[in-house]
Structures are given as C-alpha cells and as structure tokens.
Design a protein around this ligand. Structure first.
Ligand code: PMP
Length: 392
C-alpha cells in the first residue's frame, strides 16, 4: 500500500476514535414554542438554550423581523462596500447609547468579533493574557495571531498581573469572559481593571452572557461590577444569547473601534448582517433595556432552581447567573444523566472535555425568563430522579 493511502487510513482511524470518544452530533429541533420544543421527535422543555430573556420568541421581536423583511433578504455586501444600511447604523448608535460607550461596530458573530479584536490590536511579539476558562473563540483568536499568548488560573487577577509583568515591550491585552459560559460565574472585573491599568494593558471583556442579564438596565457584567463603562475600553456583546437573534458588536473607545473598522479582516471581508435580523435585534435591545419584568422573572427562576437543588442535595456549581451547571465528573455519567433527564421531558446539555477540563463533565442547565415555575420544579424532580438512577 502506498505511503499516502496508509496516511489517509491513519487519519480516518484517528477521526473515528475521536468521534467515538466525543459522541457529538447536532440534534434536530422542531416546533419551538417558548421553551417547549421537539428534539428528534420527542417533546421536551428546553434547559440548554442561551435565550435567557425568551426574546427569540417575543412577539414584538418577531414582528420587527417581519416588518423589515421588505428591505431584502440580505445586506448584499460587506459594510465598507454597500452593506451598511440604516438599520445597521441605527443599531450601532442604540447599542452605544444603551451600554454608555462612545461607539459600537457590528460583526457577523461573536466568534468573528473576537478574531477581529485580537487580530487588529496585537501584532508579532505583543502579549495576550487570558483567563484559562475563556471562550474558545478568544483562545483561537490568540493562537491564530502572531502574539505571545499566556493564560492565568481561572478568575485569578494576581495571576493575570504576573503574566502581564513578563512583557518586555510592545502592546499587551488582558482579556476575560464577563460571565464564564460553561461555569456561569462572573469574572473579578474590578480587580482585572486595576491590574490592566497598573500594567498599561488594554482590557477586553467578552460579555456574551452578561449583557441583557446583569447590571442596571441589563448593561452587563461591567455595570454589575460597579465599574464605569470607560474602565473597560473594549467589550463584546453578542446578539445570539439574551437578545435572542444572531450577530455581535464590539463597543468601546472610539479610536480603538475606528482602528477595528479600518483594519480588522473579519469585519472588512465578510457580508454585513441581514437588515431584518438587525431590525429584530434593535427591538430586542429596546425590550432588554427596559427589562419589561423579564429579568425579575429570570432571577426568580434562578433562585427557585438554586433553593430547590439545595433542598434535594444537588450540588450546583456556584453561580448567580442563568448558567447553573451541575458537576458530574465522568463523561459517561454526564451522558447518562442527560439521557435520564430527556426521558423525563427535560432537555439539558451534557458538556464534556475538551469544552471543559478533563474530569469536569457537567450538565449545563440554563434558565430563561420564559420558564414557568412548574417547569423549573419539574426539572428539579427530574434531576433528583436521574441522580438516584445514574449515580447510585
Ligand atoms: N463568547 C462567548 C463567551 C460565547 O459563549 C460565545 C458563544 N458560544 C461567543 C463568544 C461566540 O458568539 P457567537 O455565537 O455570536 O459566535
């Protein structure tokens, strides 16, 4: 057999081994109605979406999407060519106003925005320092660039300071998730802001899971930490989570955002978001800003789940956000727990390595303002039964 075909076989065998280990595939969702849906033909209550305020299904958001559909199905080009319409310009202004920042810039997704920020701000030999549990897109962005990439232990601002102190010259960027996507805890933003200032590093906070949920008027984890908006020169906002749509924006310092708009390849070389999608996000921002009682309902659900878990001896990870993981440990047990929950009509995602560290497989339970009290109570009973069945 030729060397090439032996190599091809070896690659295929490795892919098969890895696939068997991961057992990941996309589930097909249908008939979404609030938090109810059917997954692969089975009726369930969804506890794994990031639709924290239920805005993906909000009648006003859907009406905004429909009303703007007449503007065309797509933006037809990148922002700098002819894709930047009135909807895009208005959303950028409205985001900057809501989040009290000088300027906002839209991106196709949060993943692209993270690639853009690190690519535009850091060059060869510059330093990027990140929390070990940051989102994959921030880690990928640092790995793809020519910067020196260092990580610090989770939520350890002193560790961040030590890593920043290794910089001999050149620019330095300190980056952290505001709310950690797989743990649900919040970053020590006050301390990180102090460290960044002391070490003359730019601070970039990925607030994908904080905006709309935390802080006054849903302004996110920076406001929640009691920081003024300008303490963090750049922030990521994503539209696919609490805002219920798709896309993202980087907001912050006008000069830095201007630099991004002129140099960031993931901004320049991609088609702008469809105008109707942007119109829907504008409506979602209006609702998230006033809150409309949704944050109160979400917080009541979080408190209900935490109290009920404690009463049943279920040790949720420490978190006050809608992300409420239950640490299970082994991959097989996490899968078995998720299957036992699904049998009882509750859909919860099992999260395994490499998304989380080895030995820390978990159920990532997420709550929404759209969950009813009885649904949260139903999940608690289902969790206790699944635990008794699987972990006995
Ligand atoms: N940052 C964090 C913390 C996220 O959780 C995600 C989405 N999983 C992203 C960035 C990427 O955002 P998007 O889905 O808009 O690409």
């Amino acid at each position: 057999m030729s060397r090439e075909s032996l190599q091809a076989r070896a690659i295929a065998a490795r892919a098969q081994r890895e696939a068997a280990h991961r057992r990941r595939h996309a589930r097909t969702v249908a008939r979404r109605e609030g938090v109810r849906c059917s997954v692969d033909g089975r009726e369930v209550v969804n506890f794994c979406s990031n639709d924290y305020l239920g805005l993906s299904q909000h009648p006003q958001v859907i009406a905004a999407l429909r009303d703007a559909a007449g503007e065309g199905a797509g933006a037809t080009a990148s922002h700098l060519v002819c894709g930047h319409g009135e909807q895009h310009a208005a959303l950028e202004r409205e985001l900057a106003d809501w989040l009290q920042a000088p300027r906002a810039l839209l991106f196709g997704s949060g993943y692209m925005a993270n690639l853009a920020v690190l690519q535009a701000l850091l060059g060869d030999g510059d330093l990027c320092v990140q929390d070990k549990l940051n989102h994959a897109s921030l880690i990928d962005a640092a790995r793809l660039g020519g910067c020196v990439f260092k990580r610090y232990p989770h939520a350890d601002a002193e560790g961040a300071a030590r890593q920043l102190a290794t910089q001999a010259g050149g620019a330095a960027l300190l980056s952290s998730d505001g709310v950690f996507s797989m743990d649900g805890d919040v970053a020590p933003l006050g301390e990180l802001a102090r460290v960044a200032r002391a070490q003359q590093a730019a601070l970039y906070i990925d607030d994908a899971h904080g905006v709309g949920v935390l802080g006054e008027a849903g302004r996110g984890s920076v406001d929640h930490a009691g920081l003024a908006s300008d303490a963090v020169p750049l922030r990521l906002v994503t539209f696919g989570k609490a805002l219920g749509g798709a896309g993202a924006a980087v907001i912050g310092d006008a000069d830095l955002i201007g630099h991004l708009a002129e140099t960031a390849r993931p901004y320049i070389y991609t088609t702008a978001l469809p105008p109707a999608q942007v119109a829907a996000t504008r409506e979602a921002v209006r609702i998230a800003r006033t809150g409309d009682g949704l944050r109160e309902r979400l917080n009541a659900n979080i408190e209900r789940l935490k109290a009920g878990a404690q009463a049943r001896g279920l040790a949720l990870m420490p978190s006050d956000t809608p992300i409420q993981p239950l640490l299970v440990g082994s991959d097989a047990q996490a899968l078995a727990m998720a299957a036992a929950l699904e049998d009882q009509g509750c859909w919860v995602a099992p999260i395994r390595p490499p998304t989380v560290p080895e030995g820390s497989a978990r159920l990532r339970i997420t709550l929404s303002a759209a969950h009813e009290t009885a649904q949260v109570e139903g999940l608690l009973d289902a969790l206790a039964r699944a635990r008794d069945r699987v972990m006995a």
